[in-house]
Design a protein around this ligand. Structure first.
Ligand SMILES: Cc1ncc(COP(=O)(O)O)c(C=O)c1O
Length: 380
């Protein structure tokens, strides 16, 4: 059994993917070819933003967005501590300071009450200038953008939606990757919409940001590539990856999202009496980048993970350490009480196999095996 079965997806989409790869090879347009333009058009249409700009990966996408706003040393950028390192890494890379905010343990997303408190604290201290909030749509679940936008407006901050895992989620029918002043996603193979290498994209309604981003992703180009007007990056999506993503996007829209939701509902129905299952607030839809449960203790998790492994059921721990506990941030000064939820979640979370090519029997088998192991551990 695979945790995410990309081979099964390829079997289904093989003809279209192979044909697109061949057409890129035939065209000889390996960079910025027609498939890239077509993909950007289709992605913007799907997400519902005026512009989509593809780039080399989801980390670069975040960095490019921060470069649009000239984020630099002395600036504070508010990020959840419970996320993948990229979200904070790009802030540090630009010399700015990430401020880590606790997680809401029910949604796994940034705690908006603590976010507001963290911004007020930085303002009171007066050492850094608050500039940006980067909410993450963790595990496919959109963050609480209504509250985040209110807080951002109150403190006059930019919102950069890190939708690396969120592509496909919705709030009241509005798609993830449309909630930030700039939003980003990742096409890393294991993501809800993944390519066969690295890839990423940015989304915005702003013409000004769009113009800057098209320059920043190609070495800060001006009117053409050898006219360099600012410091930029080399961060383009190659045409082969765009050719692979086009049929995958179609499948994502046609049936994959529906299947992800079907299997997530089945897991929840089977498991909700035994473990804490993911909570999707009213009006929201997750794209289920991960299906993550909470167990009672770290010891219980170790036991379950080992037992499931023996039954050939792969599981993952996303994430074993919140960012404020990573050694790269060992000098980060924080109050334990302000970050206690994410420390707890990191100890008891467990992600189960989730992809659209599962079937109901397999989900039944995984859930029932988990329940069996829990009963053994809990002696019930
Ligand atoms: C929340 C989050 N942000 C950013 C990234 C970075 O994306 P990429 O791997 O494409 O650089 C990831 C990838 O795992 C992610 O999960």
């Amino acid at each position: 059994m695979q945790f995410i079965d990309l081979k099964a997806q390829y079997e289904v989409l093989k003809d279209e993917i192979d044909a697109n790869i061949q057409s890129v090879l035939d065209s000889g347009q390996y960079m910025m070819g027609d498939h890239v333009k077509q993909l950007e058009k289709e992605l913007a249409e799907y997400v519902g933003t005026k512009h989509c700009i593809t780039c080399a990966n989801g980390t670069d996408a975040l960095q490019l967005a921060l470069m649009v706003w000239n984020i630099k040393a002395g600036d504070a950028v508010f990020v959840p501590s419970f996320t993948f390192y990229s979200t904070a890494e790009v802030v540090s890379l630009l010399g700015a300071t990430p401020i880590f905010v606790d997680t809401n343990p029910r949604t796994f997303n940034i705690d908006t009450v603590k976010l507001d408190q963290a911004i007020q604290k930085v303002k009171q201290e007066g050492k850094l200038t608050p500039k940006v909030i980067i909410p993450v749509d963790l595990f496919g679940q959109p963050a609480d953008y209504e509250s985040i936008r209110r807080i951002a407006n109150k403190h006059k901050l930019y919102v950069l939606e890190d939708g690396a895992q969120g592509f496909g989620g919705t709030i009241d029918g509005k798609k993830a990757c449309s909630f930030g002043d700039i939003s980003t996603t990742s096409f890393f193979p294991a993501k809800p919409l993944g390519c066969y290498g690295d890839g990423g994209a940015l989304f915005t309604d702003s013409d000004e940001y769009y113009e800057l981003l098209t320059s920043l992703r190609v070495h800060g180009k001006g009117t053409f590539k050898y006219d360099n007007v600012r410091v930029g990056m080399n961060s383009r999506l190659d045409t082969l990856q765009a050719g692979i993503l086009l049929p995958k996007l179609k499948a994502f829209k046609d049936h994959e999202m529906e299947k992800r939701n079907l299997f997530a509902k089945q897991y929840t129905m089977l498991l909700k009496e035994h473990v804490i299952t993911p909570y999707v607030p009213e009006g929201m839809e997750s794209s289920w980048a991960q299906y993550t449960i909470l167990l009672r203790s770290e010891e219980e998790r170790t036991f379950i993970q080992e037992r499931l492994k023996k039954k050939q059921i792969p599981t993952m721990i996303y994430y074993p350490k919140p960012l404020h506990q990573q050694s790269v941030y060992q000098d980060y000064d924080f109050n334990l009480d302000e970050l206690k939820e994410c420390e707890h979640v990191a100890k008891v979370c467990l992600s189960l196999p989730m992809h659209p090519y599962l079937d109901t029997e397999t989900v039944n088998y995984i859930a029932n095996s988990l329940i069996e192991c829990l009963k053994e551990y809990r002696h019930v």
